[in-house]
Design a protein around this ligand. Structure first.
Ligand code: CP
Length: 315
C-alpha cells in the first residue's frame, strides 16, 4: 500500500513521467473509489466546487463517458465542450482555448487530441490541471492505468506476470502507455505484430519482440489485444482482414494453446472477427467490459489526485 505517499503532480500527461510508486498510488486510490461505485449512492463530495472541462478533439465512447461519470461521482461541475462547434473552427489556437476557458475558472482539463504532445503544451501554458485522454500515437495513460488495475485485480499482482500486447503497436498510444506502466511495475512484456508493422522503437523499451502469435500466447498470464487501425497505412500489409484474423486473430482454437485462466483484454473499440472472434470477446476469459467499468474508478482517482495539488507547477 502507498498510504503515506504524497501526490505532487498537477497533471497526468503519460506513464513515462510517473514512478512505479506514483502508478501504484493511483491504483490504490482507485480501489477506494471502486468501493464507492458499488454503493447505492455512488457519489462523494471530494471535488465539490471544482469545474472540469472535457475537450475531445477526437471521437471517443469509453474514455469520454467514463470521465464524465467520474467527474459527476466526485461532485465536480462538468463542461463538455463540443470542439466541432467551438472557436477552434475560427482558427483559435489550443493555448488560447485553454487560457480563455481558464478565465472561466476551469480547474481541470481532460483533453483528447490527434497531435502527440498537445496535453503537454496545454500543461505548460495554463495553471489548471491537465489530464491526457489520448494524444495521437503518444500516450493514453488512463487506459493503461485501468488495464494495470484490471490485471492486478485478476492476477493478484503485476510484478513477474507475463503480459503480451498483440496487434497494431506502431499506431497505438495504448501500447506505449501499457509498456511504460507494465515495465515500471515489473511485468514481463512481450509485443507481437506482423513484421511489417513491428515498431522500430520496441527493443528500446526492454520488451520481448515477436511476430509469432503462438510465442506471444505461450506462458502469457494476460493478453492485451489492440485494434487494427486499418484506416492507417497498414491496410497494404495484409491482402485482407480475413488474412489478418487467420494469422493473428485470437480465436477459441488459438486460445486453447494458452494458459487455461489467461486474462483476455482489449481497450476497445473491437473489430470483431479481425483482432478476435466474438466467442473470445464475449467468452469466459474476457474482461473487456470489466476494463470499461474499472475506467470509472481509475478516472475518479486521477481527477481527485491532480485536483488536490496545491502549488500548481507543470509536471
Ligand atoms: N479505449 C478507448 O480509448 O476507447 P474510446 O476511444 O471509445 O475512448
Amino acid at each position: 500500500m502507498t498510504k503515506n505517499f504524497k501526490w505532487n503532480k498537477k497533471d497526468l500527461l503519460g506513464l513515462e513521467y510517473l514512478s512505479a510508486e506514483e502508478i501504484t498510488h493511483i491504483l490504490d486510490t482507485a480501489e477506494s473509489f471502486k468501493e464507492v461505485t458499488t454503493r447505492d449512492i455512488k457519489k462523494v463530495p471530494a471535488l465539490r466546487g471544482k469545474t472540469a472541462a472535457n475537450l475531445f478533439y477526437e471521437p471517443s465512447t469509453r474514455t469520454r463517458g467514463s470521465f464524465e461519470i467520474a467527474e459527476k461521482r466526485l461532485s465536480c461541475d462538468v463542461v463538455n465542450m463540443d470542439m466541432k462547434a467551438s472557436s477552434i473552427t475560427k482558427g483559435e489556437t489550443l493555448i488560447d482555448t485553454g487560457k480563455n476557458l481558464e478565465a472561466l475558472k476551469i480547474d481541470i482539463f481532460v483533453i483528447r487530441h490527434s497531435n502527440p504532445g498537445a496535453p503537454n503544451i496545454l500543461a505548460r501554458n495554463v495553471s489548471a490541471s491537465i489530464i491526457n485522454a489520448g494524444d495521437g500515437f503518444h500516450e493514453h495513460p488512463t487506459q493503461a492505468l485501468l488495464d494495470l488495475f484490471t490485471i492486478r485485480e485478476k492476477l493478484g499482482k503485476i510484478k513477474g506476470k507475463n503480459v503480451s500486447i498483440i496487434g497494431d503497436i506502431t499506431h497505438s498510444r495504448v501500447a506505449r502507455s501499457n509498456i511504460w506502466g507494465l515495465k515500471k511495475l515489473g511485468a514481463n512484456v512481450t509485443i507481437c505484430a506482423p513484421k511489417i508493422i513491428l515498431p522500430k522503437f520496441a527493443k528500446e523499451f526492454g520488451v520481448k519482440v515477436t511476430d509469432k502469435i503462438d510465442v506471444a500466447l505461450k506462458d502469457a498470464d494476460a493478453i492485451n489485444v489492440l485494434r487494427m487501425q486499418f484506416e492507417r497505412d497498414i491496410a497494404d500489409a495484409f491482402p485482407s482482414k480475413e488474412e489478418y484474423f487467420n494469422q493473428y486473430g485470437i480465436s477459441e482454437e488459438r486460445l486453447k494453446k494458452a494458459k487455461k485462466n489467461i486474462v483476455v483484454m482489449h481497450p476497445g473499440p473491437i473489430n470483431r472477427g479481425i483482432e478476435m472472434s466474438s466467442e473470445v470477446a464475449d467468452g469466459k476469459n474476457s474482461v473487456i467490459l470489466e476494463q470499461v467499468t474499472n475506467g470509472i474508478a481509475i478516472r475518479m482517482a486521477v481527477l481527485y489526485l491532480v485536483a488536490g495539488v496545491k502549488n500548481k507547477v507543470s509536471s
